[in-house]
Design a protein around this ligand. Sequence first.
Ligand code: BES
Ligand code: ZN
Ligand code: ZN
Length: 453
Amino acid sequence: MHQTIKHASDGIPLHLLQKTQFSSWLATQPPSVKNWLNSTQYQGNGLTLIPDSNGELACALFCSHDLQGLFASADIAKQLPPRQFVLNCDAQFELNAAIAWGLSSYQFDKYKKIETPRATLAMEDGAVAQRANHVINATCLVRDMINTPAGDMMPEHMANTVEAVALQFGGTFSQLVDEELLEHNYPTIHAVGRASVHAPRLLDLRWGDQQHPKVTLVGKGVCFDSGGLDLKPSAAMRLMKKDMGGAAHVLGLAYLIMSHKLPIQLRVIIPSVENAVSANAFRPGDVLQTRHGISVEVDNTDAEGRLVLCDALSEACNDKPDVIFDFATLTGACRVALGTELPGFFSTDNQIAQDLMALSENNHDPVWRLPLHKAYRNLLKSDVADISNCAATPFGGAITAALYLQEFVAPDIPWLHFDVMAWNNRPLPGRPLGGEAFGIRSVFDYLAQRYGA
Ligand code: BES
Ligand code: ZN
Ligand code: ZN
């Protein structure tokens, strides 16, 4: 469950102040408020509740030394009593405060009734409330998809989710299921997904005006990654319901694009499979043909993400978009390099990469560029096929995975690949434990600045 921000003016005033504004704000307050804050020794730090003369709640006050930060006021949504509050702060802080409220009050309650009622937030500026709600809805869509157990988020369920979002915004949805993948030449997606009783699919969402520039998103939709015949040990398998995180990310990003009506022609391509173990599973040593025509030797069935992505990326290049973004929970190595809270990205376009890095700081949604270091390409040499799906060494594993994908992207189409964790390992303000979106606010902001919102 998540909370959206109401467009209303009734509620208990919630004052958010930069610490430097506190003394001038206090000077404008009636004696009862001054006396209360004085007698409770409130110094202008954090949250306090202020009563009226009857002992009823008159207003709430939160001061921070840096209200600019997106998550500065995030935790107050959980600390306030379950009443409706109305936001009262400088216009420059309103949007972030509202987004933070919504992101912080998220709870995954699909399977567990959560009884504690929560405070709600209203704001008088309807346009800001709507912008905040777009971000809250998109992020919570990503979180819900990732948090949903694999048994309830298999390719057929994911297809329903993608279709529902497409229809919500007047887009179109199509899919290829099981044998159709072979008929339409998506051999790697079929090979990875064929061992599951949940048939593999290619999900395809299109939206927007054909006159507008094309942007294509590709997301890794591995609904559960057991590792395949190269079975993961239990600790490594435990969180692998999140291996469709890339798919969730691109759907969340599509939600942002469509809800803001960005003037682009959008396509979202999601290879959706379960990497399961069965008698007909693909094997280490198998050689797969790809949509692109390159043959791949399967060195490790646990490097399945790049296999399903490579056919999707080939298709993405077919209609020659302006730019391709892919998101994937692709490698543990990227987490070793950057930790779990900083997504790595690779780019064939220096300008886009620079613009994105600069933007990401302002969006409080950091991303970090890693190199497509060409010299490591020969680590993917195979004796029997054009390329191996996995290097023999784990060192530089995020880079070799990205270099593998690059083989399938037309050199004249700018391409950015995001290797994300898709999961909060520890709770932070506004970021509860569990499924999480990384980098989509930054990429959306890049697109909004480039194509105009
Ligand atoms: N889904 C995993 C990658 C992953 C693991 C991402 C943990 C985030 C957290 C991926 O399919 C995988 O298993 N990759 C292997 C690649 C290796 C076999 C070359 C990995 O990272 O160990
Ligand atoms: Zn894997
Ligand atoms: Zn995987």
